[in-house]
Design a protein around this ligand. Structure first.
Ligand SMILES: [Zn+2]
Length: 196
């Protein structure tokens, strides 16, 4: 069962530019439990016919705490800057830690401190390497009547998934390496097929 509720649209001025913000509340049921995920769309005031789109999964440590363990914070910042300039949207999905949640992600980080890589750590905790679910994105594309997008990504899996929803042209996203995330980016490239 999946139901999506759409909030009003509001202004969101940021250091990157003035955006509009809207929330999409996804109701999910797992077994007997019902829970809600409040996703976000941060968009330019006007959307061109073929907008730039970044689908970003929440990473509290990278996005808010500016962790150097991953490239999420830098990717989000670059996406917001580009969207302010070229018009489009960031679809911000509340699926932390590739879908395993913040608590489990911290446990995965502890395993990484012992030498496991990001994929091995998720598997060790009993999760798939990537538990993310993008079904709400189809609803969001339809809500804004998007038929064709310029997708800001290095992830071929995302291209495949979104190609089933809209026409997709890829725009690469280039992030600087640092000594903490160099290995993480290597694993993304080698094990997850990212186009880096
Ligand atoms: Zn991250």
């Amino acid at each position: 069962m999946q139901l999506i509720e759409v909030s009003k649209e509001a202004n969101l001025p940021t250091k990157f530019g003035d955006f509009k913000i809207q929330s999409f509340r996804e109701k999910k049921r797992v077994g007997d439990e019902v829970y809600y995920l409040d996703h976000l769309v941060i968009k330019s005031e006007e959307l061109p016919k073929i907008p730039l789109v970044r689908v970003h999964s929440e990473c509290l440590t990278g996005d808010a705490l500016q962790s150097l363990k991953c490239d999420c914070g830098g990717e989000l910042e670059m996406a917001l800057k580009k969207i302010a300039k070229e018009q489009g949207m960031v679809i911000y999905l509340r699926q932390e830690g590739r879908g395993i949640g913040l608590f489990n992600k911290v446990n995965a980080y502890a395993l990484q401190d012992k030498g496991l890589d990001t994929v091995e750590a998720n598997l060790e905790l009993g999760f798939k390497e990537d538990e993310r679910d993008y079904s709400v994105v189809k609803f969001i594309f339809e809500f804004y009547a998007l038929k064709q997008i310029r997708l800001l990504t290095n992830n071929p899996k995302k291209i495949e998934i979104f190609k089933q929803m809209v026409g997709v042209e890829r725009e690469p996203i280039i992030i600087q390496c640092n000594r903490h995330n160099a290995h993480y980016l290597e694993v993304k490239k080698e094990k997850m097929g990212h186009l880096l």
